[in-house]
Design a protein around this ligand. Sequence first.
Ligand SMILES: [Zn+2]
Length: 214
Amino acid sequence: MSNTRKPGKQPQGRVEKMIDRCFFQLPDWVGSFVAEWNEPLDTVKSRMEFAIALSKENIRQQTGGPFAALVVDEDKKELVSVGLNLVTSSGLSVAHAEIVALSLAQARMGNWDLASAGSLQLITSCEPCAMCFGAVPWSGVKSIICGAGKSDAEAAGFDEGDKPADWVRSLQRRGIVVQTGVLSNKASQVLADYKASGATVYNASVEKKRSHRG
Ligand SMILES: [Zn+2]
């Protein structure tokens, strides 16, 4: 087999230049916002307060959708990573807050399995969509804490995707502790405010009537 090609002519069906990497990056404001947050992260409510504050700031800074997440080391009571919805700023549909937080935690730990780093917890300002729900068991977190619920996200125009109705129990069957509705009124107000502001609602091409969840 010859490997020679005429320069400037690509074989049919090939792109001219393959992209070999992509990434998402937290906006610049996050570093100082995290540094200035002096509240302890010793309870699920205090962690949710921080996630909600981050989601509000993400809207104010216009760096993504109204969703934020954290990964916290439950043993050390320390923040491991922060995630924001970066779909619009990164151009990546997978850049939901939970995926960003889990990925940054794994990058920090240098391990795809967060279970190897101890008892890590995912806190999310809104319960996970179908994609993020699927990502949770593979991430190695021991627990997930949710603020706003599916109905709150849908009321703001977001789509949860085809998530099992018994998603909480399916995670629990895998040994993951699930707590929903933590500061749900405060968390859902962020979604309502986002909708009321007329901010960008990014549409999924598969369903024009609804926006794609972040
Ligand atoms: Zn999601």
